[in-house]
Write a protein that binds this ligand. Sequence first.
Ligand code: MN
Length: 203
Amino acid sequence: MATKHELPPLPYAYDALEPHIDEQTMRLHHDKHHLAYVNGLNKAEDMLKQAHSSGDYAMVKHWSREAAFHGSGHFLHSIFWPNMAPAGQGGGGQPSGDLANQINADFGSFENFKAHYSAAANAVEGSGWALLVWEPETQHLQVLQAEKHQNLTQWIVTPLLVLDVWEHAYYLKYQNNRAAYVEAFWNVVNWADVAERLSAARS
Ligand code: MN
């Protein structure tokens, strides 16, 4: 708790994911929404630290909720940005190597995985995410929906590929057509980043 959380810079330009994800959405999403999660997490941790000093835990439920909401928002967005890359320059295509083998083993095929992940992303409600995760207990990949991302904090799984489907992530360009946004996402998935995360989760 001693260190302040900071907004990580985007690993590419704001317009680098055009036309699939537009520059204005990226500017607002990264500079405003993600920053608000960072600030909210720092505030919640400050208040919890004050409780350590004062011994007054009357607001622990409130600040724990704030920390979970903003912390999950911060950490998931920090995965989401490097999970993407400009189309044709690291983004899009299909996974290879160990990641591809594990996807085939757990979903039957890449097409099965893509259909499953897209369906989860299209259907989830609320502060929603679709997630490909590594489940260490079973050594398998899973696709999850997060309806309230603050509920993720106690899970054991390691997120590998996450897709933000809260309306701020796509509404400027896609309005109510979330499915078109989800379909466009596949053009900018950075499979090398996803493979690195799988490798790290396994080691
Ligand atoms: Mn978001």
